[in-house]
Each structure stands twice: as structure tokens, then as C-alpha cells.
Design a protein around this ligand. Structure first.
Ligand SMILES: [Zn+2]
Length: 427
């Protein structure tokens, strides 16, 4: 029995350790984006699960290399870090959000999530922050752990678990008062209840807490703040003493202000921000995850023919508010709310960031070093430098010239393991 177990373990060892010793792979592309800037004539060496060298070709030690991968015409970058996903949701034009939460079993949702995380990884997303299970309990924690144990393939996940909402604010709603329906998040109000719920979520080993600081529960379905200033401060105080951050869904200027003053680290969406809001964000070092692609997708699901019809008022307003965030110098997180649109199509958000006025190289920074810093994982991923984990992608073309080159993936490496390799990059 023991021998069998040992054999099984050997077979499961990553490619990089085949042959009894750590393999050493040299990547030789046209250019390297190291998470900060673009370099020509750079090469990269992967030793085991780490990067052992990233720098000018003339400085590399070629002794003991087990493989050289020439990548002519390609750019090598750190694996991308998606900042706002929902692995337990799929596009709303397939099934409405309400029906996903109300009618899909947790087993079905997890089965879908297994496909979603695979598609994300193959698209070059090697780390992903997931912003709430939306009615699927702690299934995100389980999927994260299954990936870390090597049971399924996917990005490194940072997960929020259930997310926290104020009573009466969140959906699905519209039912007879005697009907109990599953909610898309966990309800808590007031000091005692919030302390208990935050601690119970921390006890399930989530990576951060997500709070809905506002929601569309105002007159005529307008977004209005939900939690009071004191309530958000309670959530942040209890969460931060466990060493975890809080992030806030917020679309109104007032909810954004409350969340920023309470000490959240990122604002998700942020559509209604004013100039004062952005100045406060910059002053308090709070980043914006704009989720441009989500609103864009939802407008199209509602009948907008992008490219033919004029831009709806909502989209034009979002374009302007994103430009204002850039002008104010707010740190921009790459986070698109993927799940509203297909998993694996994450680049859509980066294309829109550039379309709305961001320099392509800044968008690349958002998707790598900026998100790594924001999510406190910069000691492991987000840059190409010796000592960090070998989470690396190669794409054909130059994404600093044309951001859509990120769709032309030729290589995906996670923790030194090649998880995708197109034929033209073999040697
Ligand atoms: Zn979201």
C-alpha cells in the first residue's frame, strides 16, 4: 500500500520536478513586461516553482538549463491578477441573477465554478480575487482549497465567502412576506450582530470581508446607502483585528465616503463618485475597481447594440466617471465583475480601461503589480523578479501597444508548472 501511495505521489509531481531534480527553463521572448515596465532583450529563468532570474540576456547564467523556450514575436508578463470575479455566477443572458440564486443547486453552481476557474487560468489569470459567492455559501472557500490541494486547476483565489448586507437591502426580493428565499449574501445589522457575523465568516477562513455599503433599495430602485457609518466602522474594526481587509460594493458618493472613512481598501463599482470622493480616495489610499465591463455587458443584455446604437446614458456616465478617477490620480484596480460576462473573457475589462482613456501600460500595471500590492500578495506574485513564484504568461504581440494582444496567449505557467502551451512556442 505504501509503495502504491508513493508511486501516485510521484506521478502527481509538477513537470518542473521531473527527472528527480528541479528543471530550469529559460524563456526568451521579444520583450518582457516585469509588472512595472517593458524591457527588450530580457530573458527569464524558471527554477522549480520560482523565478530565479529576470533581466538582460547578457547577464543570465546558462549553465544547467534543462530547457530553452524561444518565444519570437511574444511578450512575457506576470500572470494576470483579476480583481473582481464571481466564480459561482455565469452570464446573466444565460440565466438571470435571480434564477441562479433561487433555482440552481449548490452542486450545479460548484460544477460550473470548476469550469470557470479552469477557463480563467487558461486565459492567463493566475490569481483572482472573488467578490462573494452570491448565495452559494462558502463554496468559494472550498473551490479555493481544492485548487490549492491540486484537485482541480485554477488561479490562486482570494475569496470573500458570503459578503455582508443590511436587512431588507439585498435580493432576490419581491416575494410574499411568508416566503423564505435564499439570499445572495448574509444579513447583519447593528453592533452585536455585525460582530458575530464578521467573526463567523472569518472562522470559515475567508480571505477578506466584502460589505455592500449601498444597494438599489431606494425609491424607484435607486441606489442608496445601507449601513450607517458606525456599522461599517464596526465591520472594519472586527475584520482588521483578524489581519484581513474589508472591501466595499458602493455606487453612491455617500456610501463610498462612509466606506472610505471607515477604512475599506477598495471600492467596487463607484459609479456615482464625485470629485470630492476621488480626492478622498487618493488621500486615504483607497483603490477603485471600476467594473466597466459589467455595466457594458448588462446594457447589451438589455438590448443595447454596441457599435450601432448610441451609447446609453449610463455607459456615457461611467466613461466620464472613470476618466475623472484617472485625472484625480486614484489607484485603479483591474476588476471587471467577470461572471456577469463569460469567465476567461477577463481581458474585456482591460480593453475598456484603455478605451476609456487609460494608457495600455498602466492597464498592464493594474493587472499585475498594482493588484498584487493592493491584495497584499506582492511578496509572492505580480512581478517578474527572482524569488517570486513563477506565475508567468506569454502573449503574441505587444500588449503595451495593443492591449488586445493579451487575448493571444501562447504560454501560461503557474507556480512553475506549464498549464497551457501553444504549439508555436515549443522547441
Ligand atoms: Zn461583483
Amino acid at each position: 500500500m505504501r509503495k502504491l501511495a508513493l508511486l501516485a505521489a510521484l506521478i502527481l509531481l509538477p513537470v518542473a520536478f521531473a527527472g528527480g531534480q528541479e528543471s530550469t527553463i529559460l524563456l526568451n521572448p521579444d520583450r518582457v513586461f516585469d509588472g512595472e515596465r517593458m524591457h527588450e532583450n530580457w530573458v527569464l529563468v524558471i527554477r522549480g516553482d520560482r523565478i530565479s532570474f529576470a533581466g538582460p540576456e547578457e547577464s543570465v547564467d546558462r549553465i544547467g538549463l534543462s530547457q530553452v523556450l524561444d518565444l519570437p514575436g511574444s511578450t512575457v508578463l506576470p500572470g494576470l491578477i483579476e480583481g473582481h470575479s464571481h466564480i459561482l455566477l455565469h452570464p446573466y443572458n444565460e440565466t438571470s441573477w435571480n434564477d441562479q440564486v433561487l433555482k440552481e443547486s449548490e452542486a450545479e453552481r460548484v460544477a460550473r465554478a470548476v469550469n470557470h476557474v479552469r477557463d480563467s487560468l487558461l486565459a492567463g489569470i493566475t490569481t483572482m480575487r472573488d467578490l462573494g459567492s452570491e448565495g452559494a455559501g462558502y463554496a468559494d472557500v472550498g473551490v479555493r482549497d481544492a485548487i490549492n490541494k491540486g484537485i482541480i486547476r485554477g488561479p490562486r483565489l482570494l475569496v470573500a465567502g458570503k459578503a455582508i448586507v443590511a436587512t431588507g437591502s439585498y435580493g432576490p426580493k419581491g416575494f410574499h412576506e411568508n416566503v423564505t428565499v435564499p439570499l445572495g449574501a448574509e444579513v447583519a445589522d447593528g453592533y452585536d450582530d455585525l460582530v458575530r457575523v464578521v467573526r463567523s465568516q472569518i472562522g470559515r477562513n475567508i480571505d477578506f470581508v466584502k460589505v455592500y455599503a449601498d444597494y438599489r433599495w431606494g425609491p424607484n430602485g435607486t441606489a442608496q446607502p445601507s449601513f450607517t457609518q458606525e456599522e461599517i466602522e464596526t465591520i472594519v474594526a472586527v475584520t482588521s483585528s483578524s489581519g484581513r481587509p474589508v472591501v466595499a460594493h458602493a455606487s453612491t458618493a455617500e456610501a463610498m465616503k462612509r466606506a472610505i472613512l471607515a477604512g475599506v481598501e477598495t471600492i467596487e463599482h463607484g459609479d456615482g463618485a464625485t470629485r470630492d470622493t476621488y480626492e478622498l480616495m487618493r488621500e486615504k489610499n483607497v483603490a477603485l475597481c471600476p467594473t466597466l465591463a459589467a455595466g457594458d455587458a448588462i446594457s447589451q443584455y438589455g438590448g443595447w447594440k454596441k457599435g450601432e446604437d448610441p451609447e446609453p446614458a449610463r455607459i456615457a456616465a461611467k466613461r466620464n466617471s472613470f476618466k475623472a478617477a484617472l485625472a484625480a490620480g486614484v489607484t485603479i484596480c483591474f476588476g471587471g465583475d467577470v461572471g456577469v460576462y463569460p469567465h476567461g473573457d477577463n481581458v474585456r475589462e482591460l480593453e475598456m480601461m484603455v478605451d476609456y482613456g487609460m494608457a495600455a501600460e498602466d492597464a498592464l500595471r493594474s493587472a499585475t503589480s498594482v493588484n498584487a500590492d493592493l491584495f497584499h500578495i506582492d511578496d509572492r506574485v505580480g512581478r517578474l523578479k527572482a524569488g517570486l513564484l513563477a506565475d508567468i504568461i506569454a502573449v503574441r504581440g505587444d500588449p503595451a501597444e495593443n492591449i488586445s494582444a493579451l487575448r493571444e496567449i501562447s504560454l501560461v505557467v503557474k507556480g512553475g508548472e506549464i498549464v497551457r502551451q501553444e504549439e508555436d512556442s515549443e522547441r
